[in-house]
Structure formats: structure tokens, C-alpha cells
Design a protein around this ligand. Structure first.
Ligand SMILES: NC(=O)c1ccc[n+]([C@@H]2O[C@H](COP(=O)([O-])OP(=O)(O)OC[C@H]3O[C@@H](n4cnc5c(N)ncnc54)[C@H](OP(=O)(O)O)[C@@H]3O)[C@@H](O)[C@H]2O)c1
Length: 324
């Protein structure tokens, strides 16, 4: 099979599409012939050598994919060869075939193409597990989404607005502000010109910046507020004002999806199937896709993400979708 390999760590051109041995489905896994995958911020870190795949994961990048099941490993029930699926992966999506633990599969949603479905697993699982399960966002609450037009941000905004929350986002440009408002945000803060703290307080904050925003995030939490840090684009070490946190009875969480054991990922995927897939199939949550590039243009796809020249997801098409 063809896969994106990393003979050495480095810039986008360090990635090489090469012929490698086929992936094989082990016990409890299915083999998916990949139609498309999508680029996640974490893939850029893996390419640079800062984010090793967890033990046992594929060495190739790619945290999500869509495609067609071509083989079932021992003991797999409930799925059949030929099923159209998408999946949350610990790695290996940038390849023609990937072995997926059965619990991490989702049916490709009705009404979407397989290429579109590749844009959903990572954002829906991350947003659902953090904003809705961990932070338990309630209708009427105020949510701040940093990076409102990121892949994650476009999903969080749509799901939270649909849930009846009041969504504020931070964005880097007026064009991105307009896109975020279209997706359901009530307010977009241009973070290069305005201080988001002034737009608060917020009951829940979904943060991609880490250290750089920690102090201001805590300052803008409401009483009983919940800050959930999922990214470290602004560094890993910050200073936490515990007095401010205590006075508000607020909490700070930090989570990673990739590092979770398969069973935990399967539980999140199950919750997403029950709670989010109906919204996708009703057209209430749309995958926001900036562009679709062929796998051979993986370097260009990484450059787009690196320069934040996108809104939503950058999808990599690996093979032609099946016709039948
Ligand atoms: N922990 C987890 O399990 C998990 C899972 C998935 C993703 N994540 C994290 O979630 C974040 C989004 O992921 P993604 O794949 O959707 O990434 P992405 O599409 O590349 O988005 C990154 C965003 O960061 C924004 N940004 C840059 N500087 C900013 C600043 N100072 N303030 C606010 N926003 C800023 C960029 O937009 P502008 O042009 O507006 O600056 C861009 O939209 C990443 O940090 C990623 O690592 C974590």
C-alpha cells in the first residue's frame, strides 16, 4: 500500500509517499480501505518529531479516516466487509489501508460523501468529550472557543449553538470572524486587536493556546466556570492563579484524545454516534472543509494548516470513492 512516511523529521517536505507493507487487521480490528483522511494540528507536531505515536499505533500520521471495510479481524461483530465507515485513529490514516479497533468506527453519515465524512471523527470526538461530557455545557451558558475557525472551532461552534449556548470565538481576521458568525457564533473577537477577557465572563472555555492564554482564560471564567485546555499552541508552562480559581469555584482541565486507551476512545465514539450523528444526518452539523487535496500533496496540506490559511478542515483524498 502507499502511505505517507517520515524517513526523517522536519518541514512539510520531510514527508514521503512510499510503498510500504499492507496494514493487517488484528483481533478486534477491521481493515479499512481508505478513501480520505484529514490533517490535524497534531500531525504537524508528529512530522517535526515532537509527538510520538502512542505504543502500538501505526507509524504513519493520520488521526482519522473514511473508507470501506475490506476485512474483519478475529472476533469483530456488528460490521461487514463493504460497510462505508469513518474512524477515529491513533495514527495511520495517511495510507491506503489502516487497521482500526472496531470500537473506533462510525458509519459514514447518511447524506454525506465519504470524502466529507473524513472531516468528522476527530473534531466531533474532541468537542463532544471536552465541551459536552467533561465541561457539561448547558443551554444558555456562555462558551468561548479559541481558534473559532479551526477544525475543532467550526465543530464546537455549530454544536454549542445548536445546544442553545451563547458562543464567542477568537479569530485572527475579519474574514474568519464572518465565517464563525455564519456557523452560529454570537460574537467574534479579533484577538490581534481586542482582548477576549473584555468579552467575558464565560462558563466554559475551549482553549487551544495553553500557557499563553492561561492567565487571561482564568480571569475570564465565570463563577463555576470550566476551562478545558486541549492545545498548547502558545506553550506548555504557565502560571495559575489559584486564588482567582478558588474565589470563582472554577476548574481547569487538560485532556488529550490520542493517548486514551482504546476502550475510552470507543466510549467517546459511542457517545458521538448517539448524540452527534443524528445532528449530522439532519444537516444541523456540517463538516466545514476548506479544501480537498490528493495524498501526493500532503506537504501543501501541512503548509496550509501551518500558516492558518484555512477555515475548518483540510482533507486528503487517498483513493477514488467507491462507485457502487
Ligand atoms: N487534546 C486533544 O485531544 C485535541 C484533539 C484535537 C485537536 N486538539 C488541538 O485543538 C487545536 C485545534 O486543532 P485543529 O486541528 O482544529 O487545528 P487548526 O485547524 O490548525 O487550528 C488552529 C487554529 O489556531 C488559531 N490560532 C492561532 N493563534 C491563535 C491565537 N493567538 N488565539 C486564538 N487562536 C489562534 C488559528 O486561527 P487564526 O487564523 O484565527 O489565528 C487556527 O484556526 C490545536 O491546538 C490542536 O492541537 C487537541
Amino acid at each position: 500500500m502507499r502511505a505517507v512516511t517520515l524517513p526523517s523529521y522536519g518541514g512539510p517536505d520531510a514527508m514521503v509517499v512510499a510503498e510500504v507493507p499492507d496494514a493487517v487487521a488484528g483481533a478486534g480490528e477491521v481493515l479499512v480501505d481508505v478513501t480520505a483522511t484529514a490533517v490535524n494540528r497534531a500531525d504537524l507536531l508528529q512530522r517535526q518529531g515532537f509527538y510520538e505515536p502512542p505504543p502500538g499505533a501505526s507509524p504513519y500520521p493520520g488521526l482519522e479516516c473514511s473508507g470501506v471495510i475490506s476485512a474483519l479481524g478475529e472476533g469483530v461483530q456488528g460490521w461487514s466487509v463493504g460497510d462505508r465507515v469513518c474512524a477515529l485513529l491513533a495514527g495511520g490514516g495517511y495510507a491506503e489501508k489502516v487497521a482500526v479497533p472496531a470500537g473506533q468506527l462510525l458509519p459514514s453519515p447518511a447524506g454525506l460523501s465519504l470524502v466529507e465524512a473524513a472531516a468528522l471523527p476527530e473534531v466531533t470526538c474532541t468537542v463532544w468529550s471536552n465541551v459536552f461530557q467533561l465541561a457539561a455545557l448547558q443551554p444558555g451558558e456562555r462558551l468561548l472557543v479559541h481558534g473559532g475557525t479551526s477544525g475543532i472551532g467550526t465543530c464546537a461552534t455549530q454544536l454549542a449553538a445548536r445546544h442553545g449556548a451563547v458562543v464567542t470565538v477568537t479569530v485572527g481576521s475579519a474574514e474568519k470572524a464572518a465565517r464563525a458568525m455564519e456557523l452560529g457564533a454570537s460574537r467574534a473577537v479579533l484577538y490581534k486587536e481586542e482582548d477576549f477577557v473584555e468579552a467575558g465572563p464565560f462558563d466554559v472555555i475551549l482553549d487551544n493556546m495553553g500557557a499563553k492564554y492561561l492567565e487571561r482564560n482564568v480571569a475570564s471564567l465565570a463563577t463555576n466556570g470550566r476551562l478545558v485546555v486541549i492545545g498548547m499552541q502558545g506553550g506548555v508552562k504557565g502560571e495559575l492563579n489559584l486564588a482567582s480559581l478558588m474565589a470563582k469555584r472554577a476548574s481547569v482541565h487538560a485532556t488529550s484524545l490520542r493517548a486514551r486507551p482504546t476502550e475510552e476512545k470507543a466510549a467517546i465514539v459511542g457517545a458521538v454516534l448517539a448524540a452527534v450523528w443524528p445532528a449530522v444526518e439532519a444537516g444541523e452539523l456540517r463538516p466545514v472543509i476548506d479544501r480537498v487535496l490528493p495524498l501526493d500533496q500532503v506537504a501543501e496540506a501541512h503548509r496550509v494548516l501551518e500558516s492558518s490559511g484555512h477555515v475548518g478542515k483540510v482533507v486528503l483524498q487517498v483513493s477514488d470513492p467507491p462507485t457502487a
